[in-house]
Design a binder for this molecule. Structure first.
Ligand code: SF4
Ligand code: SF4
Length: 188
């Protein structure tokens, strides 16, 4: 089986947000309108600053492509679905804009595109197109710190599998039973 997944290495990330800018350029054509759901640039990566502790910490959150995806379970039309490659995708032509998926997602990984009235999420169209051609998503491609990886976690020779095998990592909100496939590496 193929199970495509994202890795974000918090211990390597330098907080430059090049990944967010690249997502905006590739998937939203450098649209400068605000993503009002997250109060930030139009992109599929949410930037959360955690202000507890001695210094601020950055958490980057996006669709976790959950194996047990609540957004898919609640979607009344099949617009949100799990593809055979393991990614959670959307068929905009089936979406009726009910926003059940936005409410169901415990990661708040979907945002509302006010132009269309429909939810948006990772992966964007350009990234899906790149992946179908064997390329990396743009956030992975541009990261100057090598803090990101994307690939098949069911293939032990893929870069993401090799990095996971030698790292300590967490998955967000595992207690929700979503089986997320967004791996946050916290150290070697
Ligand atoms: S591009 Fe890389 S280093 Fe910069 S914020 Fe994104 S993950 Fe972190
Ligand atoms: S994979 Fe593409 S759509 Fe998803 S966060 Fe990265 S750049 Fe954005």
């Amino acid at each position: 089986m193929t199970r495509l997944a994202h890795l974000w290495d918090q211990s390597r990330c330098i907080g430059c947000t090049a990944c967010i800018a690249a997502c905006n350029v590739a998937n939203y054509s450098s649209d400068t309108k605000e993503n009002k759901t997250w109060g930030w640039l139009r992109s599929n990566i949410r930037r959360i600053e955690i202000l507890r502790g001695p210094r601020p910490m950055l958490l980057l959150v996006q669709c976790q492509h959950c194996d047990n995806a609540p957004c898919v379970a609640v979607c009344p039309t099949g617009a949100s679905y799990k593809d055979v490659d393991g990614l959670v995708k959307m068929r905009p032509e089936l979406c009726i804009g009910c926003k059940y998926c936005m409410v169901a997602c415990p990661y708040e990984a979907r945002w509302l595109d006010e132009d269309t009235g429909l939810p948006r999420k990772c992966m964007g169209e350009e990234c899906l197109s790149r992946v179908s051609q064997g390329l990396q998503p743009v956030c992975v491609e541009v990261c100057p710190a090598g803090a990101r990886a994307f690939g098949d976690i069911d293939n032990p020779t893929s870069e993401i599998s090799r990095r996971l095998a030698k790292s300590r990592y967490i998955r967000l909100l595992e207690n929700k039973g979503t089986e997320p496939k967004y791996f946050v590496v916290v150290g070697p």
